[in-house]
Design a protein around this ligand. Structure first.
Ligand SMILES: Nc1ncnc2c1ncn2[C@@H]1O[C@H](COP(=O)(O)OP(=O)(O)OP(=O)(O)O)[C@@H](O)[C@H]1O
Ligand SMILES: [Mg+2]
Length: 252
Protein backbone atom coordinates (compact mmCIF):
# COMPACT_ATOMS: atom_id res chain seq x y z
CA UNK A 1 0.00 0.00 0.00
CA UNK A 2 1.39 3.33 -1.03
CA UNK A 3 -0.40 6.57 -0.26
CA UNK A 4 0.05 8.96 -3.15
CA UNK A 5 -0.37 11.84 -0.73
CA UNK A 6 -0.03 12.05 3.04
CA UNK A 7 -3.01 10.86 5.05
CA UNK A 8 -4.85 9.20 2.17
CA UNK A 9 -5.51 6.18 4.36
CA UNK A 10 -2.81 3.74 3.25
CA UNK A 11 -2.09 2.48 6.76
CA UNK A 12 -5.76 2.12 7.71
CA UNK A 13 -6.24 0.14 4.51
CA UNK A 14 -3.13 -1.99 5.06
CA UNK A 15 -3.96 -2.85 8.67
CA UNK A 16 -7.58 -3.68 7.99
CA UNK A 17 -6.95 -5.64 4.81
CA UNK A 18 -4.28 -7.66 6.62
CA UNK A 19 -6.67 -8.40 9.47
CA UNK A 20 -9.51 -9.36 7.13
CA UNK A 21 -7.18 -11.74 5.30
CA UNK A 22 -5.96 -13.27 8.55
CA UNK A 23 -9.53 -13.98 9.67
CA UNK A 24 -11.17 -14.75 6.36
CA UNK A 25 -11.47 -18.48 6.84
CA UNK A 26 -12.23 -20.39 10.02
CA UNK A 27 -11.02 -23.70 8.68
CA UNK A 28 -7.93 -22.66 6.80
CA UNK A 29 -6.94 -19.16 7.83
CA UNK A 30 -4.01 -17.97 5.75
CA UNK A 31 -0.87 -16.85 7.53
CA UNK A 32 -0.60 -13.13 7.12
CA UNK A 33 2.31 -10.81 7.77
CA UNK A 34 2.16 -7.03 7.77
CA UNK A 35 5.44 -5.22 7.17
CA UNK A 36 5.51 -1.57 8.15
CA UNK A 37 8.19 -0.08 5.92
CA UNK A 38 7.33 3.48 6.86
CA UNK A 39 10.39 3.65 9.11
CA UNK A 40 9.70 7.21 10.18
CA UNK A 41 6.03 7.65 10.85
CA UNK A 42 4.85 4.07 10.52
CA UNK A 43 1.64 3.78 12.50
CA UNK A 44 0.65 0.16 12.00
CA UNK A 45 1.77 -0.42 15.60
CA UNK A 46 -0.50 2.41 16.79
CA UNK A 47 -3.48 1.13 14.82
CA UNK A 48 -3.05 -2.35 16.30
CA UNK A 49 -1.79 -1.27 19.71
CA UNK A 50 1.43 -3.25 19.36
CA UNK A 51 4.76 -2.47 21.00
CA UNK A 52 7.65 -1.29 18.84
CA UNK A 53 10.26 -3.80 19.74
CA UNK A 54 13.98 -3.24 19.98
CA UNK A 55 14.49 -6.34 17.83
CA UNK A 56 13.05 -4.46 14.84
CA UNK A 57 15.94 -2.03 14.77
CA UNK A 58 18.43 -4.86 15.21
CA UNK A 59 16.85 -6.75 12.34
CA UNK A 60 16.82 -3.74 10.02
CA UNK A 61 20.38 -2.77 10.79
CA UNK A 62 21.77 -6.11 9.70
CA UNK A 63 19.61 -8.19 7.40
CA UNK A 64 22.53 -10.19 6.06
CA UNK A 65 22.60 -12.23 9.27
CA UNK A 66 18.83 -12.57 9.48
CA UNK A 67 17.41 -16.04 9.90
CA UNK A 68 13.93 -17.38 10.55
CA UNK A 69 14.42 -17.00 14.30
CA UNK A 70 15.61 -13.41 14.31
CA UNK A 71 12.87 -12.47 11.86
CA UNK A 72 10.13 -14.02 13.94
CA UNK A 73 11.52 -12.48 17.12
CA UNK A 74 11.13 -9.05 15.59
CA UNK A 75 7.47 -9.66 14.79
CA UNK A 76 4.63 -8.71 17.10
CA UNK A 77 1.38 -10.62 17.02
CA UNK A 78 -2.08 -9.12 17.04
CA UNK A 79 -4.81 -11.36 18.50
CA UNK A 80 -2.68 -14.44 17.87
CA UNK A 81 -3.40 -14.20 14.17
CA UNK A 82 -1.70 -11.31 12.46
CA UNK A 83 2.08 -11.02 12.50
CA UNK A 84 3.44 -7.51 12.24
CA UNK A 85 6.88 -6.08 11.70
CA UNK A 86 6.20 -2.66 13.19
CA UNK A 87 8.25 0.41 12.45
CA UNK A 88 11.16 0.75 14.89
CA UNK A 89 10.76 2.71 18.13
CA UNK A 90 12.97 5.56 16.95
CA UNK A 91 12.53 7.47 13.71
CA UNK A 92 14.99 6.20 11.15
CA UNK A 93 16.07 7.58 7.81
CA UNK A 94 14.20 5.78 5.04
CA UNK A 95 17.51 4.81 3.49
CA UNK A 96 18.55 2.88 6.60
CA UNK A 97 17.78 -0.14 4.44
CA UNK A 98 18.97 -0.86 0.91
CA UNK A 99 17.14 -2.62 -1.89
CA UNK A 100 19.04 -5.73 -0.90
CA UNK A 101 17.79 -5.53 2.69
CA UNK A 102 14.25 -5.00 1.53
CA UNK A 103 14.45 -7.95 -0.81
CA UNK A 104 15.75 -10.17 2.01
CA UNK A 105 12.88 -9.09 4.25
CA UNK A 106 10.30 -9.72 1.55
CA UNK A 107 11.73 -13.13 0.76
CA UNK A 108 11.82 -14.10 4.41
CA UNK A 109 8.22 -13.00 4.90
CA UNK A 110 7.12 -14.72 1.74
CA UNK A 111 8.74 -17.99 2.76
CA UNK A 112 6.86 -17.99 6.06
CA UNK A 113 3.50 -16.48 5.18
CA UNK A 114 0.70 -16.86 2.64
CA UNK A 115 0.07 -13.13 2.36
CA UNK A 116 2.54 -10.31 2.89
CA UNK A 117 1.04 -6.84 3.18
CA UNK A 118 3.51 -3.95 3.04
CA UNK A 119 2.77 -0.44 4.21
CA UNK A 120 4.99 1.90 2.18
CA UNK A 121 6.03 5.46 2.92
CA UNK A 122 4.51 8.09 0.61
CA UNK A 123 8.00 9.20 -0.31
CA UNK A 124 9.55 7.30 -3.19
CA UNK A 125 12.92 5.90 -2.14
CA UNK A 126 15.63 3.75 -3.70
CA UNK A 127 13.90 0.54 -2.63
CA UNK A 128 10.37 1.49 -3.73
CA UNK A 129 11.25 -0.15 -7.03
CA UNK A 130 12.20 -3.38 -5.25
CA UNK A 131 8.84 -3.60 -3.53
CA UNK A 132 6.99 -2.71 -6.72
CA UNK A 133 8.82 -5.35 -8.73
CA UNK A 134 8.30 -8.08 -6.17
CA UNK A 135 4.68 -7.47 -5.33
CA UNK A 136 1.78 -9.14 -7.05
CA UNK A 137 -0.45 -6.14 -6.49
CA UNK A 138 0.66 -2.62 -5.64
CA UNK A 139 -2.19 -0.55 -4.24
CA UNK A 140 -1.88 3.20 -4.69
CA UNK A 141 -4.22 5.23 -2.50
CA UNK A 142 -5.65 8.52 -3.53
CA UNK A 143 -8.47 10.86 -2.70
CA UNK A 144 -10.75 12.90 -4.87
CA UNK A 145 -8.67 16.07 -4.82
CA UNK A 146 -6.18 17.90 -6.96
CA UNK A 147 -3.08 16.96 -4.95
CA UNK A 148 -3.86 13.24 -5.27
CA UNK A 149 -4.55 13.64 -8.98
CA UNK A 150 -1.31 15.50 -9.60
CA UNK A 151 0.74 13.15 -7.44
CA UNK A 152 -0.74 10.14 -9.23
CA UNK A 153 0.27 11.65 -12.54
CA UNK A 154 3.80 12.29 -11.30
CA UNK A 155 4.08 8.78 -9.92
CA UNK A 156 2.94 7.20 -13.18
CA UNK A 157 5.31 9.41 -15.19
CA UNK A 158 8.23 8.66 -12.89
CA UNK A 159 7.69 4.91 -13.12
CA UNK A 160 7.29 4.98 -16.88
CA UNK A 161 10.37 7.09 -17.43
CA UNK A 162 12.40 4.56 -15.42
CA UNK A 163 10.90 1.67 -17.34
CA UNK A 164 9.17 0.39 -14.20
CA UNK A 165 5.89 -1.51 -14.27
CA UNK A 166 3.38 1.32 -13.76
CA UNK A 167 0.66 -1.09 -14.84
CA UNK A 168 1.06 -2.88 -11.51
CA UNK A 169 -0.49 0.04 -9.70
CA UNK A 170 -4.04 -0.64 -8.54
CA UNK A 171 -5.69 2.62 -7.70
CA UNK A 172 -7.79 2.79 -4.56
CA UNK A 173 -9.93 5.85 -4.04
CA UNK A 174 -10.39 6.49 -0.34
CA UNK A 175 -13.20 8.63 1.06
CA UNK A 176 -15.00 8.02 -2.20
CA UNK A 177 -18.35 9.73 -2.78
CA UNK A 178 -21.46 7.77 -1.94
CA UNK A 179 -23.36 5.86 -4.54
CA UNK A 180 -26.16 8.41 -4.45
CA UNK A 181 -23.79 11.35 -4.93
CA UNK A 182 -24.07 11.71 -8.68
CA UNK A 183 -21.85 14.76 -9.07
CA UNK A 184 -19.27 12.99 -6.92
CA UNK A 185 -19.50 9.91 -9.12
CA UNK A 186 -18.96 11.93 -12.26
CA UNK A 187 -15.95 13.61 -10.66
CA UNK A 188 -14.50 10.14 -10.03
CA UNK A 189 -15.09 9.25 -13.66
CA UNK A 190 -13.41 12.42 -14.85
CA UNK A 191 -10.46 11.85 -12.52
CA UNK A 192 -9.94 8.35 -13.89
CA UNK A 193 -10.29 9.55 -17.48
CA UNK A 194 -7.92 12.46 -17.11
CA UNK A 195 -5.27 10.25 -15.50
CA UNK A 196 -6.00 7.43 -17.92
CA UNK A 197 -6.28 4.96 -15.06
CA UNK A 198 -9.00 2.74 -13.78
CA UNK A 199 -10.03 3.08 -10.18
CA UNK A 200 -10.71 -0.46 -9.13
CA UNK A 201 -11.47 -0.03 -5.47
CA UNK A 202 -13.49 2.71 -3.83
CA UNK A 203 -13.54 2.99 -0.08
CA UNK A 204 -16.25 5.03 1.61
CA UNK A 205 -15.61 7.66 4.24
CA UNK A 206 -16.14 5.99 7.58
CA UNK A 207 -16.20 9.17 9.63
CA UNK A 208 -14.94 9.42 13.19
CA UNK A 209 -15.45 5.71 13.78
CA UNK A 210 -12.37 4.92 11.72
CA UNK A 211 -10.03 7.20 13.63
CA UNK A 212 -11.54 5.96 16.88
CA UNK A 213 -10.87 2.34 15.90
CA UNK A 214 -7.31 3.28 14.98
CA UNK A 215 -6.84 5.16 18.23
CA UNK A 216 -8.06 2.16 20.19
CA UNK A 217 -5.64 -0.02 18.32
CA UNK A 218 -8.33 -2.25 16.86
CA UNK A 219 -9.26 -3.21 13.30
CA UNK A 220 -12.72 -2.17 12.10
CA UNK A 221 -13.82 -5.80 12.18
CA UNK A 222 -13.51 -5.66 15.97
CA UNK A 223 -15.13 -2.27 16.55
CA UNK A 224 -17.41 -1.47 13.64
CA UNK A 225 -18.02 -4.75 11.87
CA UNK A 226 -21.04 -3.40 10.01
CA UNK A 227 -19.39 -0.23 8.78
CA UNK A 228 -19.51 0.11 4.97
CA UNK A 229 -15.75 0.76 4.92
CA UNK A 230 -15.12 -2.52 6.71
CA UNK A 231 -17.47 -4.38 4.34
CA UNK A 232 -15.63 -3.01 1.33
CA UNK A 233 -12.20 -4.03 2.68
CA UNK A 234 -13.55 -7.45 3.63
CA UNK A 235 -14.89 -7.92 0.10
CA UNK A 236 -11.49 -7.12 -1.35
CA UNK A 237 -9.79 -9.51 1.09
CA UNK A 238 -12.17 -12.25 0.01
CA UNK A 239 -11.41 -11.71 -3.65
CA UNK A 240 -7.64 -11.73 -2.99
CA UNK A 241 -8.02 -14.90 -0.94
CA UNK A 242 -10.07 -16.62 -3.67
CA UNK A 243 -7.63 -15.53 -6.34
CA UNK A 244 -4.74 -16.91 -4.34
CA UNK A 245 -6.56 -20.17 -3.73
CA UNK A 246 -7.34 -20.54 -7.44
CA UNK A 247 -3.69 -19.84 -8.31
CA UNK A 248 -2.46 -22.43 -5.80
CA UNK A 249 -4.90 -25.05 -7.00
CA UNK A 250 -3.81 -24.31 -10.55
CA UNK A 251 -0.20 -24.85 -9.58
CA UNK A 252 -0.97 -28.23 -8.04
N1 LIG B 1 -12.16 5.86 4.82
C1 LIG B 1 -11.88 6.61 5.90
N2 LIG B 1 -12.90 7.20 6.58
C2 LIG B 1 -12.63 7.96 7.66
N3 LIG B 1 -11.42 8.19 8.17
C3 LIG B 1 -10.37 7.63 7.53
C4 LIG B 1 -10.54 6.81 6.38
N4 LIG B 1 -9.32 6.39 5.96
C5 LIG B 1 -8.42 6.92 6.83
N5 LIG B 1 -9.05 7.67 7.78
C6 LIG B 1 -8.39 8.44 8.85
O1 LIG B 1 -7.50 9.36 8.22
C7 LIG B 1 -6.29 9.48 8.95
C8 LIG B 1 -5.11 9.09 8.08
O2 LIG B 1 -5.20 7.70 7.79
P1 LIG B 1 -3.91 6.79 7.62
O3 LIG B 1 -2.96 6.94 8.73
O4 LIG B 1 -4.42 5.41 7.31
O5 LIG B 1 -3.32 7.43 6.29
P2 LIG B 1 -1.86 7.22 5.66
O6 LIG B 1 -2.02 7.39 4.20
O7 LIG B 1 -1.26 5.98 6.14
O8 LIG B 1 -1.10 8.48 6.29
P3 LIG B 1 0.48 8.76 6.33
O9 LIG B 1 0.71 9.64 5.15
O10 LIG B 1 0.66 9.46 7.64
O11 LIG B 1 1.17 7.44 6.26
C9 LIG B 1 -6.43 8.60 10.19
O12 LIG B 1 -6.87 9.41 11.25
C10 LIG B 1 -7.53 7.62 9.79
O13 LIG B 1 -8.26 7.20 10.91
MG1 LIG C 1 0.64 5.60 6.89
Amino acid sequence: MHGLAGGTGATTFAVNLAWELATISKKLPPRVCLLDFDFQFGSASTYLDLPRREAVFELLSDTSHMDGDSFSQALSTFNERLHVLTAPADMLPLDIVSSEDVLRLIEMARANFDFVVIDMPSTVVSWTETVLTHSHVYFALLELDMRSAQNALRMIRALKSEGLPAEKLRFVLNRAPRFTDLTGKSRVRRLAESLDISIEVQLPDGGKQVTQANDHGLPLAETAAKAPLRKEIQKLAKSLFDLNLAAETGRK
